[in-house]
Every structure is written in structure tokens, then in C-alpha cells.
Design a protein around this ligand. Structure first.
Ligand code: AMP
Length: 196
């Protein structure tokens, strides 16, 4: 099963994705984590991505699509994956559909985490004190929020137009409760969770 976890920066996507992937027993595939690893390694991709990431802009679609294409073809993703932070543009969503279609797969469900902008700002400023992520400065965060509105929010409309299942989940509250809301919503959407 392919699950896309979708939400604005600071919505708790990363935290929830790890927990939900564990529950579904599929790998957690996070393009942001993969890119941060490339930056840390100092690879060519990392060097290209770093200035974009630290200012809250998106890395070009072709690089991301190549990176994710390799990842979802690894053996551990044969039974599916939980995608965190991808797709972030409509061209990425179309490229994903093409890649999955070639394997007779599709996006089974999109989980959309809802958190209002003021709560997002509060969370990211708190996270900045703890994690020190380069893109958690107020300026970079405001740019990430703008990027989300302009480039990423239309991805949800794309899936709506394709008839893909979308479940909306309130992303405010205790971490455990939000995880439960997500797993219950996935089950209620009729998506079949593979038995292992
Ligand atoms: P994240 O950890 O998901 O918030 O991602 C951190 C940063 O990595 C983003 O602000 C982008 O600069 C970059 N990034 C992550 N995923 C993507 C993607 N699917 N497309 C383009 N850029 C991405």
C-alpha cells in the first residue's frame, strides 16, 4: 500500500509518519531526511539542495523524482511505503503516478494533516530551539509556508481530481491521539492494510 502523508511545514508530518509507518509495517520514506543526509555527506545533490532547503525553497522536481524512484524500487518497499514530504508539486505527483503505474500500483490514500498557521509558527519556533534546523528560522519558515500554499497545496486538488482517497485529520493535540486519528481514518477509508 502506498500512503502519502501530507501537511504544511510544522504540522507534525515527520513525527506522525514514523509512527504510522511502524503501525502499517511499511518503510517510512522522507525526502527531507534523504536530502539532509545528502547535505551531510556533501554529495553533488546535497550541495545543490542545501541553499534551496535553508531558504525554504523546493529542490528541482527532476532530482527529487530520480531520488524517490530509486528508493521505492528497493526491496523493502515492495509491499508499499509511507511517503513523507513527497510529492510536493503537481509534476512530482504525476511522476509518482507514472512510476507506480509501471508496477500496477497507485497511491491508496492521502492523509492530510490540518494545523492552522499560527499554531505552525509557534511549533516551528519551539522546534528551532531544540533541533536547530537551518530552515526553522522565522524567515525560512515564512518562505516554506508560502511555498506550501503555492506549489504543494495544489497536489491535494490533483489527487481530488484523480478520485484518490483523501482523509483529513486534525493535527492538533497529543501525539498519540493524532496517530490514532490517522490510523483509524486510514482503516475507515477502506484501504487494505497488508497482513504480515
Ligand atoms: P521536510 O523535512 O519535508 O520539511 O523538507 C525540508 C526541505 O527539503 C524542504 O523545505 C525542501 O527544500 C526540501 N524538500 C523535501 N522534500 C522535497 C520535495 N518532495 N520536493 C522538493 N523539495 C523537497
Amino acid at each position: 500500500m502506498i500512503v502519502v502523508l501530507f501537511g504544511p511545514p510544522g504540522s507534525g508530518k515527520g513525527t506522525q509518519s514514523i509512527r504510522v509507518a511502524r503501525h502499517l509495517r511499511v518503510p517510512h520514506v522522507a525526502t527531507g531526511d534523504m536530502l539532509r543526509a545528502e547535505v551531510a555527506r556533501g554529495s553533488a545533490l546535497g550541495r545543490e539542495a542545501e541553499p534551496l532547503m535553508s531558504t525554504g525553497r523546493l529542490v528541482p522536481d527532476d532530482l527529487i523524482v530520480r531520488m524517490i524512484g530509486a528508493r521505492i524500487n528497493e526491496p523493502d518497499a515492495a509491499g508499499g511505503a509511507l511517503l513523507d514530504g513527497f510529492p510536493r508539486t503537481v509534476p512530482q505527483a504525476k511522476a509518482l503516478d507514472a512510476m507506480l503505474g509501471a508496477r500496477s500500483l497507485r497511491v491508496d490514500v492521502v492523509v492530510s494533516l490540518r494545523v492552522d498557521d499560527d499554531e505552525l509558527r509557534r511549533r516551528v519556533l519551539d522546534r528551532a530551539k531544540i533541533e536547530g534546523r537551518a530552515d526553522d528560522t522565522p524567515e525560512a519558515f515564512e518562505q516554506r509556508l508560502r511555498t506550501y500554499g503555492v506549489e504543494t497545496a495544489p497536489v491535494l486538488d490533483y489527487y481530488r481530481g484523480m478520485g484518490t482517497r483523501i482523509v483529513e485529520v486534525d493535527g492538533v493535540g497529543e501525539i498519540e491521539n493524532i496517530t490514532r486519528r490517522i490510523t483509524v481514518a486510514i482503516a475507515a477509508s477502506g484501504t487494505v492494510v497488508p497482513a504480515k
